[in-house]
Design a protein around this ligand. Structure first.
Ligand code: ATP
Length: 237
């Protein structure tokens, strides 16, 4: 579904991503782990067209998407939940969800959107309780749920999640990871960037490890979970 070849991204003279290859197949849950500054967020931004790639190729559903804008990619089925959630703070929960559905158009869009909002409320009951609250007044965990629900409103084929566990309590992290599992069970392909390597490797099928702008290890998530180098560097053992 997604294929990345020799991707390089730089900020001026700083080479943040130095030529990486990765692939995500339809139906998979793949995680990209690595420490601070490894280049994970930069990679995600290049995939979603919020940052220009210096060189390399990015294909989604067999077509090059390099240079395409994020708004365009959402319409193709590639949605992103950014690091830091990025909710519209001065809009209500309902309004944020409606914004996520901007790609649905046509005569049946209104009914589809109403239906999808009801589905989001089943997955995230807390959002239903707070539906008229301004998003900026919600807790970090609630905002993370909203950001995920908003992305799902575009009916994506693939969801890119950047550090959904960041700044959340352990209980909230468990809840968010349960939702990631559910989303995948519903047939959405997932690429998950995480610093919480243990949890990410526990729910993923495959994983890539990124260090200083390069992919240094990859394989089945369960194998990496047992790998002594991963255990020492990322699982604190
Ligand atoms: P974290 O887990 O801490 O978010 P990360 O793996 O997502 O880290 P990136 O945010 O992609 O890492 O950063 C990769 C490198 O690029 C870092 O050295 C960072 O300082 C640098 N970088 C990121 N954003 C910019 C920017 N806007 N201008 C210059 N350098 C940047």
């Amino acid at each position: 579904m997604l294929s990345v070849n020799n991707l390089k991204v730089a900020y001026g003279g700083i080479q943040a991503v130095k030529g990486i290859d990765l692939a995500v197949h339809a139906g998979e849950l793949v995680t990209l782990i690595g420490s601070n500054g490894a280049g994970k967020t930069t990679t995600m931004k290049a995939l979603t067209g919020t940052l220009a790639a210096q060189s390399g190729e990015i294909e989604f559903l067999g077509q090059s998407i390099k240079g395409r804008g994020a708004w365009d990619l959402v319409a193709q089925g590639l949605a992103m939940v950014p690091e830091g959630r990025g909710v519209f703070t001065r809009m209500t929960i309902i309004e944020n969800l409606q914004m996520g559905a901007y790609v649905l158009t046509g005569a049946s869009a209104k009914a589809q959107i109403a239906d999808d909002i009801e589905k989001a409320f089943v997955t995230f009951p807390r959002l239903k309780e707070r539906k008229d609250q301004l998003a900026g007044t919600m807790s970090g965990g609630e905002q993370q749920m909203l950001a995920m629900a908003r992305a799902l409103m575009s009916r994506p084929k693939m969801l890119l999640l950047d550090e959904p566990s960041m700044g959340l309590s352990p209980i909230m992290v468990e809840k968010i990871f349960d939702v990631v599992r559910d989303v995948r069970a519903q047939g959405v392909t997932v690429l998950l960037v995480e610093q919480n390597a243990k949890l990410a490797l526990q729910i993923a099928d495959r994983a890539y490890v990124m260090e200083s702008g390069l992919i240094t290890m990859s394989g089945a998530a369960k194998d990496l979970l047992d790998d002594p180098r991963v255990r020492a560097a990322y699982l604190g053992e």
